[in-house]
Design a protein around this ligand. Structure first.
Ligand code: AMP
Ligand code: MG
Length: 337
């Protein structure tokens, strides 16, 4: 299959929307990362997404809608707390898991009786949803297990020949996937995947916000999880990632003793002056680090890095999202100095 590279203009967005309406899969920019979009109500189209990514069939897809008012068409029940959150955070990088109805096939929900709904704010994604008239299932547009794509060229690298088109909408603004939440009761949200909408932001609307245990801890084989994505190794480049929690001085001292070919560090912007060997920087604060993390992991692979020591972010605010991606990329190996 020849994968078309489409531009961000009305004619090309119409092409992309037509492809989706006719059951094809298209790479689409969003404000979080690039998504692999198809009609969420078309089982065959959704199967194409799973096969292009090599994604386990029990890992559910998020369904993207143009407006929160359409959520009622695809859910069996919308809790009041979800409506209040939607007023504040939709459109945006928040996915809410709710009971689904039969307009969402089991293939899309990975066999669950719930569906994650998100209203993206990115104008390209928004326009494609509108023009197609479809609910769009869209996981991150990477090969399963690899770092998520934050540019059209990342999507092309992973998906060329496997999908109909990629729409180029520039670099993703946030750089990490949406915050995924479910509801324990009418006043309690549970974060299943941290993102740029932080616990503190959710607390402006909810009485209680629980951070699910699986966000920072490895899931044991056979353990029941609230979000199937938590079971799998994720976000991982070919290079071996080792997370190091340390001050910059201790980090520099530690890595200076780790020699070998093709060893790199990934550190905060500003840390580089303490380091004597090859290093990449990924920003000075958590928002910048979220924006740059996946890009840097892909660049390190391109450089032929075999092992990368990463100076870990502090796991609060948006930093929790960055920490969560890195600890999975590292296979839960963390060195604390
Ligand atoms: P991705 O499609 O790559 O953005 O990943 C989507 C994440 O959202 C996965 O980790 C899923 O486990 C989670 N997710 C999506 N839908 C649901 C759902 N119905 N229940 C629980 N988690 C979900
Ligand atoms: Mg993903």
């Amino acid at each position: 299959m020849n994968t078309l590279l489409l531009k961000n203009n009305e004619e090309d967005l119409k092409k992309a929307a037509d492809m989706i309406r006719s059951g094809q899969v298209v790479g689409i920019p969003t404000e979080t990362v690039y998504g692999l979009g198809a009609d969420a109500s078309n089982e065959n189209a959704v199967r194409e997404i799973f096969s292009a990514k090599g994604r386990p069939s029990d890992n559910p897809l998020i369904v993207h809608l143009a407006d929160f008012s359409q959520a009622a068409e695809y859910t069996a029940y919308i809790p009041e707390i979800a409506k209040r959150l939607a007023e504040k955070f939709c459109p945006g990088a928040l996915t809410m898991v709710m009971p689904k109805n039969n307009k969402i096939p089991m293939v899309t929900s990975g066999g669950l009786d719930t569906v994650g709904i998100r209203i993206p704010s990115h104008p390209v994604m928004h326009r494609i949803i509108e023009l197609s008239g479809c609910p769009i299932a869209a996981p991150s547009a990477n090969i399963s297990g690899y770092p998520s794509p934050t540019s059209a060229s990342h999507v092309m690298n992973d998906m060329s020949g496997k999908i109909s088109a990629v729409v180029d909408g520039g670099n993703s603004e946030y750089g990490v996937e949406s915050t995924v939440i479910s509801f324990d009761d009418e006043n309690t949200a549970r974060i299943l995947r941290p993102g740029c909408i932080t616990r503190d932001m959710l607390l402006e609307v909810c009485d209680e916000v629980i951070i699910d245990r699986a966000i920072l801890n490895e899931v044991a084989a056979g353990e029941k999880v609230s979000s199937p994505g938590m079971k799998y190794k994720h976000y991982s480049p070919r290079a071996d990632i080792i997370m190091v929690e340390a001050s910059v001085q201790k980090f520099a001292e530690y890595v200076s003793l780790c020699d070998g070919e093709n060893i790199y560090s990934l550190v905060y912007t500003g840390d580089e002056k303490y380091l004597s060997h090859r290093c990449f920087t990924y920003g000075a604060d958590s928002s910048e680090q979220a924006h740059l993390l996946f890009r840097r992991l892909r660049e390190l692979d391109e450089m032929g890095a075999e092992r990368v020591y990463v100076r870990a972010p502090s796991p609060d605010g948006v930093g929790l999202a960055v920490y969560n991606r890195l600890i999975r990329a590292a296979g839960f190996e963390v060195i604390k100095l």
